[in-house]
Design a protein around this ligand. Sequence first.
Ligand code: 4NP
Length: 150
Amino acid sequence: MKKILFVCLGNICRSPIAKGVALNMAYEKNLDIVVDSCGTGDYHQGEKPCANSIKIAKANNIDISKYRARAITKDDFVSFDIIVGLDESNMKNLLKMGCPKEKLFKLGSFGYDNQDVPDPYFFDGFDGFLKVFLMIETCVHNLIEEKRII
Ligand code: 4NP
């Protein structure tokens, strides 16, 4: 059983969507995986995902409203097999914090030319969340297929 961890900065916008998409796929395809998400920062510890993330996930039949934000811990680097950063800054922070290189992947490398999944929190209104959802959905599907955890 593989354990996958999605990591953004605040764990309220992007990585909860990635977790929801992966869990939804696991449910639909009966995959034996564990999925979680977290942030490199603890600014939003204990908070639910932002309203627009809940809304775009719900529009795609995924309920992320019960997720609660948490910051990454050293234990995560041991207990998870695949650690996925949403943007380059997340990747740098994760390496600085001691994430093993061989476990670390950038989500955009799975189908979006290694692009960052941009933080939709501070700009673009709801359109930003639509764009981000599509990127995340495509890349999470490709990741799960490429890593042969089906
Ligand atoms: P996320 O977006 O990393 O996709 O959860 C953020 C939301 C809020 C903040 C940072 C990132 N913040 O610093 O308030």
